[in-house]
Structures are given as structure tokens and as C-alpha cells.
Design a protein around this ligand. Structure first.
Ligand SMILES: [Zn+2]
Length: 115
């Protein structure tokens, strides 16, 4: 996946999630050495409704099915804006991440069912 593909997917998924339409969102691919072992990251500036999403570069994914889909990670990070964008104090929690993973995988599957 190239940067341009990721940018296009951001546009597609933004339209599917109207709640985040006021947000200014930038997205970029990043190599593993800058990712602290994560597949994606979303840095939010809540008052300004701005977010920087960073997604692990496909060349640095180890090929495991659950780690091989940057689009699912993009959806995951957008859901962070939906769920945490009104709540700057939201802290990392495992149950929260598990729920967002389940939602992002479900959305991905449903939208790709007939394609
Ligand atoms: Zn997350």
C-alpha cells in the first residue's frame, strides 16, 4: 500500500463516518522504528478538532493476517476520534482497544462483503 492509497482510503472512510466530518485529519505511513511496536497511532488535538493518524508501513508488517491490513488500522484510528474525540482524558485501556478492534474489523468486513 502506498501513501496515495492510504490518503484515498481516508477520504472513503471519512464519508462513511459523518460524525468526524468537522475534523481535520492527516494520515501518513511510518516505518517500524518510529512506531513503538504499534500498528497505528492517532494524535488528537481535541480543541482544534485536528488529528494526525500514523499507520505502520506495509513493508514492516510481519505477514500475520491480523497485522497485514493497514485499512483495518485506519478504521481503528478513525474510531478513536469518534469515541475519544470529545474526551481528552481518555487513557489507553485494553478493553477499550479490544472493543475498537472488534468494531473496525466488523466495519471492514461489512463494507468489503460484496467486493
Ligand atoms: Zn487503539
Amino acid at each position: 500500500m502506498k501513501q496515495s492509497t492510504l490518503t484515498r482510503l481516508l477520504r472513503v472512510w471519512r464519508k462513511r463516518i459523518p460524525m468526524i466530518s468537522p475534523w481535520k485529519i492527516r494520515i501518513r505511513l511510518e516505518r517500524a522504528d518510529k512506531m513503538d511496536g504499534t500498528l497505528g497511532r492517532c494524535d488528537m488535538y481535541v480543541e482544534m478538532q485536528m488529528a494526525q493518524i500514523t499507520i505502520l508501513h506495509p513493508d514492516d508488517r510481519n505477514g500475520k493476517p491480523e497485522e497485514s491490513n493497514p485499512e483495518v488500522d485506519l478504521i481503528h484510528e478513525l474510531l478513536h476520534i469518534v469515541l475519544d474525540g470529545h474526551c481528552p482524558q481518555q487513557r489507553y485501556s485494553v478493553p477499550h482497544e479490544v472493543a475498537i478492534n472488534a468494531l473496525s474489523e466488523t466495519l471492514y468486513r461489512e463494507y468489503h462483503k460484496n467486493s
